[in-house]
Design a protein around this ligand. Structure first.
Ligand code: CTP
Length: 239
Protein backbone atom coordinates (compact mmCIF):
# COMPACT_ATOMS: atom_id res chain seq x y z
CA UNK A 1 0.00 0.00 0.00
CA UNK A 2 2.77 2.42 0.91
CA UNK A 3 4.39 1.96 -2.47
CA UNK A 4 1.35 3.00 -4.44
CA UNK A 5 1.65 6.67 -5.38
CA UNK A 6 -2.09 6.85 -5.94
CA UNK A 7 -3.12 5.75 -2.46
CA UNK A 8 -4.87 8.66 -0.82
CA UNK A 9 -6.71 8.00 2.41
CA UNK A 10 -8.95 11.08 2.33
CA UNK A 11 -9.98 10.74 -1.24
CA UNK A 12 -11.39 7.72 -2.91
CA UNK A 13 -13.50 5.26 -1.01
CA UNK A 14 -13.00 2.91 -3.93
CA UNK A 15 -9.24 3.06 -3.36
CA UNK A 16 -9.82 2.38 0.32
CA UNK A 17 -12.12 -0.54 -0.44
CA UNK A 18 -9.34 -1.93 -2.55
CA UNK A 19 -7.06 -1.74 0.47
CA UNK A 20 -5.04 0.99 -1.21
CA UNK A 21 -3.51 -1.45 -3.64
CA UNK A 22 -2.68 -0.29 -7.13
CA UNK A 23 -4.91 -2.27 -9.45
CA UNK A 24 -7.89 -2.33 -11.76
CA UNK A 25 -10.91 -0.79 -10.03
CA UNK A 26 -13.58 -1.28 -12.63
CA UNK A 27 -13.31 2.01 -14.51
CA UNK A 28 -15.07 1.79 -17.84
CA UNK A 29 -13.93 4.90 -19.69
CA UNK A 30 -11.36 5.58 -22.37
CA UNK A 31 -9.23 8.62 -21.58
CA UNK A 32 -7.15 10.53 -24.08
CA UNK A 33 -4.51 12.56 -22.25
CA UNK A 34 -1.94 14.99 -23.68
CA UNK A 35 1.20 15.77 -21.69
CA UNK A 36 4.58 17.39 -21.69
CA UNK A 37 6.04 20.25 -23.69
CA UNK A 38 6.27 20.46 -27.46
CA UNK A 39 9.41 21.26 -29.46
CA UNK A 40 9.16 23.63 -32.38
CA UNK A 41 12.14 23.26 -34.69
CA UNK A 42 14.19 26.24 -35.84
CA UNK A 43 16.80 24.27 -37.75
CA UNK A 44 18.16 20.68 -37.57
CA UNK A 45 19.73 21.22 -34.14
CA UNK A 46 17.62 23.88 -32.41
CA UNK A 47 14.06 24.19 -31.17
CA UNK A 48 11.77 26.35 -29.05
CA UNK A 49 10.25 24.64 -26.02
CA UNK A 50 9.16 25.30 -22.41
CA UNK A 51 9.77 24.05 -18.87
CA UNK A 52 6.95 21.52 -18.66
CA UNK A 53 8.19 18.26 -17.11
CA UNK A 54 5.11 16.27 -18.16
CA UNK A 55 4.59 15.08 -14.56
CA UNK A 56 0.97 16.25 -14.28
CA UNK A 57 -0.07 14.53 -17.52
CA UNK A 58 1.77 11.30 -16.68
CA UNK A 59 0.22 11.35 -13.20
CA UNK A 60 -3.21 11.69 -14.85
CA UNK A 61 -2.47 8.74 -17.13
CA UNK A 62 -1.31 6.67 -14.14
CA UNK A 63 -4.34 7.68 -12.06
CA UNK A 64 -6.83 6.87 -14.83
CA UNK A 65 -5.17 3.50 -15.32
CA UNK A 66 -5.16 2.88 -11.58
CA UNK A 67 -8.91 3.45 -11.54
CA UNK A 68 -9.27 0.82 -14.25
CA UNK A 69 -9.82 3.06 -17.28
CA UNK A 70 -8.14 2.67 -20.66
CA UNK A 71 -5.67 5.42 -21.49
CA UNK A 72 -4.09 6.83 -24.63
CA UNK A 73 -1.22 9.14 -23.62
CA UNK A 74 0.01 11.52 -26.32
CA UNK A 75 3.16 13.19 -25.06
CA UNK A 76 5.86 15.59 -26.06
CA UNK A 77 9.44 14.76 -25.02
CA UNK A 78 9.93 14.08 -21.29
CA UNK A 79 12.31 12.02 -19.15
CA UNK A 80 9.45 10.18 -17.42
CA UNK A 81 8.55 6.49 -17.53
CA UNK A 82 5.27 5.77 -19.27
CA UNK A 83 2.81 4.34 -16.68
CA UNK A 84 2.23 0.61 -17.12
CA UNK A 85 -0.68 -0.42 -19.29
CA UNK A 86 -1.03 2.92 -21.05
CA UNK A 87 -1.14 3.23 -24.86
CA UNK A 88 1.61 5.72 -25.64
CA UNK A 89 2.06 7.96 -28.66
CA UNK A 90 5.23 10.06 -28.52
CA UNK A 91 5.26 13.33 -30.49
CA UNK A 92 7.55 16.34 -30.75
CA UNK A 93 5.79 19.34 -32.27
CA UNK A 94 2.40 20.95 -31.70
CA UNK A 95 1.44 19.89 -35.22
CA UNK A 96 2.30 16.25 -34.50
CA UNK A 97 0.31 16.42 -31.25
CA UNK A 98 -2.62 17.96 -33.12
CA UNK A 99 -2.52 15.18 -35.76
CA UNK A 100 -2.28 12.43 -33.13
CA UNK A 101 -5.21 13.83 -31.10
CA UNK A 102 -7.30 14.26 -34.27
CA UNK A 103 -6.67 10.61 -35.20
CA UNK A 104 -7.24 9.16 -31.71
CA UNK A 105 -10.11 11.24 -30.36
CA UNK A 106 -12.75 8.96 -31.87
CA UNK A 107 -11.66 6.24 -29.43
CA UNK A 108 -12.04 8.42 -26.32
CA UNK A 109 -15.00 9.30 -24.15
CA UNK A 110 -13.01 11.73 -22.01
CA UNK A 111 -10.10 13.93 -23.02
CA UNK A 112 -7.78 15.79 -20.66
CA UNK A 113 -5.49 18.16 -22.52
CA UNK A 114 -2.69 18.83 -20.08
CA UNK A 115 0.20 19.39 -22.51
CA UNK A 116 2.07 22.68 -22.47
CA UNK A 117 1.74 23.13 -26.22
CA UNK A 118 3.87 25.88 -27.71
CA UNK A 119 1.54 28.68 -28.78
CA UNK A 120 3.92 29.81 -31.56
CA UNK A 121 6.41 28.11 -33.87
CA UNK A 122 8.97 29.41 -36.35
CA UNK A 123 7.32 30.22 -39.69
CA UNK A 124 10.15 28.46 -41.52
CA UNK A 125 12.32 25.56 -40.38
CA UNK A 126 15.79 26.07 -41.86
CA UNK A 127 17.13 22.99 -43.62
CA UNK A 128 20.69 23.79 -42.62
CA UNK A 129 21.99 24.92 -39.22
CA UNK A 130 21.60 28.69 -38.84
CA UNK A 131 25.09 30.25 -38.86
CA UNK A 132 26.09 33.18 -36.66
CA UNK A 133 25.98 36.49 -38.53
CA UNK A 134 24.84 39.89 -37.19
CA UNK A 135 24.51 41.01 -33.56
CA UNK A 136 20.79 40.35 -33.64
CA UNK A 137 18.68 37.60 -35.13
CA UNK A 138 14.96 38.05 -35.70
CA UNK A 139 12.85 34.90 -35.95
CA UNK A 140 9.31 35.15 -37.24
CA UNK A 141 6.77 32.99 -35.40
CA UNK A 142 3.26 31.85 -36.30
CA UNK A 143 0.49 30.39 -34.18
CA UNK A 144 0.38 26.63 -33.70
CA UNK A 145 -2.95 24.84 -34.18
CA UNK A 146 -5.13 25.07 -31.08
CA UNK A 147 -5.78 21.45 -30.12
CA UNK A 148 -8.15 22.15 -27.22
CA UNK A 149 -10.01 24.73 -29.30
CA UNK A 150 -10.46 22.21 -32.14
CA UNK A 151 -11.90 19.39 -30.04
CA UNK A 152 -15.58 20.32 -30.33
CA UNK A 153 -15.96 22.18 -33.61
CA UNK A 154 -13.23 20.60 -35.77
CA UNK A 155 -12.87 17.07 -34.38
CA UNK A 156 -16.54 16.75 -33.37
CA UNK A 157 -15.68 15.41 -29.90
CA UNK A 158 -18.78 15.01 -27.73
CA UNK A 159 -17.25 13.40 -24.64
CA UNK A 160 -16.05 14.95 -21.39
CA UNK A 161 -13.50 17.66 -22.16
CA UNK A 162 -11.02 18.95 -19.59
CA UNK A 163 -8.50 21.69 -20.34
CA UNK A 164 -5.72 23.23 -18.31
CA UNK A 165 -5.08 26.91 -17.78
CA UNK A 166 -1.75 28.27 -16.63
CA UNK A 167 -2.28 31.85 -15.56
CA UNK A 168 -0.24 34.47 -13.74
CA UNK A 169 -3.19 36.71 -12.78
CA UNK A 170 -7.02 36.67 -12.59
CA UNK A 171 -6.79 32.87 -12.54
CA UNK A 172 -10.50 32.06 -12.13
CA UNK A 173 -11.76 34.77 -14.48
CA UNK A 174 -9.43 33.73 -17.31
CA UNK A 175 -10.20 30.06 -16.71
CA UNK A 176 -13.96 30.70 -16.92
CA UNK A 177 -13.40 32.53 -20.18
CA UNK A 178 -11.29 29.63 -21.55
CA UNK A 179 -13.92 27.11 -20.44
CA UNK A 180 -16.60 28.91 -22.47
CA UNK A 181 -14.47 29.64 -25.54
CA UNK A 182 -13.16 26.07 -25.84
CA UNK A 183 -16.46 24.42 -24.81
CA UNK A 184 -14.89 22.46 -21.95
CA UNK A 185 -16.70 20.72 -19.10
CA UNK A 186 -13.95 21.64 -16.66
CA UNK A 187 -10.77 23.71 -16.61
CA UNK A 188 -7.96 22.86 -14.22
CA UNK A 189 -6.45 26.24 -13.43
CA UNK A 190 -3.17 26.94 -11.72
CA UNK A 191 -1.22 30.02 -10.83
CA UNK A 192 2.14 29.77 -12.57
CA UNK A 193 3.47 32.91 -10.92
CA UNK A 194 4.12 30.68 -7.86
CA UNK A 195 7.43 28.84 -7.90
CA UNK A 196 6.53 26.11 -5.38
CA UNK A 197 3.87 24.49 -7.58
CA UNK A 198 3.04 23.72 -11.18
CA UNK A 199 5.62 23.72 -13.95
CA UNK A 200 8.62 21.52 -13.30
CA UNK A 201 7.47 20.81 -9.73
CA UNK A 202 6.32 17.61 -7.98
CA UNK A 203 3.39 19.40 -6.37
CA UNK A 204 0.48 21.41 -7.61
CA UNK A 205 -2.39 23.47 -6.21
CA UNK A 206 -5.25 23.84 -8.61
CA UNK A 207 -8.73 25.26 -8.92
CA UNK A 208 -11.31 23.19 -10.77
CA UNK A 209 -13.45 25.60 -12.76
CA UNK A 210 -16.87 24.40 -13.92
CA UNK A 211 -19.53 26.35 -15.86
CA UNK A 212 -21.44 27.11 -12.65
CA UNK A 213 -19.00 26.77 -9.75
CA UNK A 214 -15.37 26.43 -8.73
CA UNK A 215 -13.64 24.04 -6.37
CA UNK A 216 -10.25 24.54 -4.74
CA UNK A 217 -7.94 21.59 -4.20
CA UNK A 218 -5.29 21.98 -1.53
CA UNK A 219 -1.61 21.83 -2.42
CA UNK A 220 -0.71 18.18 -2.91
CA UNK A 221 1.41 15.82 -4.99
CA UNK A 222 0.55 15.65 -8.66
CA UNK A 223 -0.45 11.99 -8.21
CA UNK A 224 -3.11 12.90 -5.66
CA UNK A 225 -4.32 15.91 -7.65
CA UNK A 226 -4.50 13.60 -10.68
CA UNK A 227 -6.77 11.14 -8.84
CA UNK A 228 -9.15 13.97 -7.97
CA UNK A 229 -9.25 15.17 -11.58
CA UNK A 230 -9.93 11.66 -12.91
CA UNK A 231 -12.67 11.18 -10.32
CA UNK A 232 -14.26 14.51 -11.29
CA UNK A 233 -14.06 13.71 -15.01
CA UNK A 234 -15.75 10.38 -14.29
CA UNK A 235 -18.54 12.11 -12.34
CA UNK A 236 -19.17 14.55 -15.20
CA UNK A 237 -19.42 11.62 -17.60
CA UNK A 238 -21.90 9.72 -15.43
CA UNK A 239 -23.95 12.78 -14.36
N1 CTP B 1 -3.58 23.94 -25.78
C1 CTP B 1 -3.77 23.18 -26.92
N2 CTP B 1 -3.20 23.58 -28.09
C2 CTP B 1 -2.45 24.69 -28.16
C3 CTP B 1 -2.24 25.47 -27.01
C4 CTP B 1 -2.83 25.06 -25.83
O1 CTP B 1 -4.45 22.17 -26.85
N3 CTP B 1 -1.90 25.05 -29.33
C5 CTP B 1 -4.27 23.55 -24.54
C6 CTP B 1 -3.39 23.12 -23.39
O2 CTP B 1 -3.08 21.75 -23.42
C7 CTP B 1 -4.26 23.49 -22.19
C8 CTP B 1 -5.01 24.72 -22.65
O3 CTP B 1 -4.97 24.67 -24.08
O4 CTP B 1 -5.23 22.50 -21.93
C9 CTP B 1 -4.46 26.00 -22.12
O5 CTP B 1 -3.52 26.55 -22.95
P1 CTP B 1 -3.31 28.13 -23.09
O6 CTP B 1 -2.15 28.30 -24.00
O7 CTP B 1 -3.25 28.74 -21.73
O8 CTP B 1 -4.70 28.56 -23.78
P2 CTP B 1 -5.03 29.89 -24.50
O9 CTP B 1 -6.50 29.90 -24.70
O10 CTP B 1 -4.13 29.99 -25.70
O11 CTP B 1 -4.71 31.00 -23.41
P3 CTP B 1 -3.87 32.32 -23.44
O12 CTP B 1 -4.76 33.29 -24.09
O13 CTP B 1 -3.63 32.56 -21.98
O14 CTP B 1 -2.59 32.02 -24.20
Amino acid sequence: MGNCPYFYSNFSTRVLQNGGQCGRLGGDMKFLITAGPTREALDPVRYLTNRSSGRMGYALAGAARHEGHEVILISGPTTLDVPAGVDFIPVESAQQMYDAVRDMVKYADAAILCAAVADYRPVAVQEQKIKKSGERLVIELEKTPDILGSMRDVFGFTGTLVGFAAETQNVEEYAQDKLRRKKCDMIVANDVSRHDIGFDSRENEVTLVYPDHVEYLEKDTKEHIALHIIEHATLIRHA
